[in-house]
Design a protein around this ligand. Structure first.
Ligand SMILES: [Zn+2]
Length: 252
């Protein structure tokens, strides 16, 4: 994904409430309608639920649905919202401008346990099988998201789980959440199907962009720029070498 067009900021409101976590395609946390997000064009979206996509039984196999320049992250968070001009999520999901998903990546950080995830992860033991649900109190969704909510990629796309409808405004945050390896493993191995097999690789294959424009509201350092910078460095050191050679000649 590349930075193309600058956008304005995005913010979340009222994220502190009681949530119930339940099974769908993944661990799903139902969210209170007081949690909302207003996008740069003034559209207000109401939060519906938050869920996770992860990869294999080891942290080597990453499970994010989006890739940034080909890099797949360990886990991806989706906070699903619906446009506040519709009465409910059910009505909005059939409308062309109905949904918005705030997405963020989880990265693995050695040893550092993310304490904002401790209570959530410990509750996963209660929802090992499809259809089970549990109530998690004192969970702050804001703290479970990356610190920086101001910088993101954005595009019009579809839901990644059926019905995969093409009516989702995606906001993929540039900043990420860091979890310890133990936390990632617990999350990845938290769910079982009815045959007691661990549910893994819950992500959809990366879809072709099909001329969709991915915008970003920050300047993204492209590979091209890295190449230019390192070329410039080598030119500078060549000039430096030539100068010291000339100085030595002059001293003679
Ligand atoms: Zn999802």
């Amino acid at each position: 994904m590349r930075a193309l067009v600058p956008l304005l900021s995005l913010f979340l409101l009222g994220t502190q409430a009681q949530h119930g976590a339940q099974w769908t395609y993944s661990v799903q946390i139902s969210l209170p309608s007081t949690m909302q997000m207003t996008t740069a064009d003034g559209t207000r979206y109401i939060a519906q639920q938050m869920h996770f996509h992860w990869g294999g039984a080891s942290s080597e196999i990453s499970g994010s649905e989006h890739t940034v320049d080909g890099v797949r992250h360990v886990i991806e968070i989706h906070v699903v919202h619906y446009n506040s001009k519709y009465k409910s999520y059910d009505v909005a999901q059939g409308a062309p401008d109905g949904l918005a998903v705030l997405a963020a990546f989880i990265e693995l950080k050695d040893y550092a346990e993310n304490t904002y995830y401790t209570s959530f992860i410990s509750h996963l033991a209660n929802i090992r099988y499809p259809g089970q649900n549990t109530t998690v109190t004192s969970l702050d969704i804001r703290d479970m998201l990356p610190a920086d909510l101001q910088h993101y990629y954005s595009y019009q796309g579809s839901l990644t789980t059926p019905p995969c409808s093409e009516n989702v405004h995606w906001f993929v945050l540039a900043d990420s959440v860091k979890l310890s390896k133990a936390q990632v493993l617990r999350l990845e191995n938290s769910l079982l199907d009815h045959e007691n097999k661990t549910i893994q690789n819950g992500y959809r294959r990366t879809q072709p962009l099909n001329h969709r424009v991915v915008e970003a509201n920050f300047v993204y350092p492209s590979n091209q720029e890295y190449v230019l910078a390192s070329e410039l460095q080598s030119y500078l050191s060549k000039i430096n070498n030539n100068l010291s050679y000339l100085r030595r000649l002059l001293k003679r």
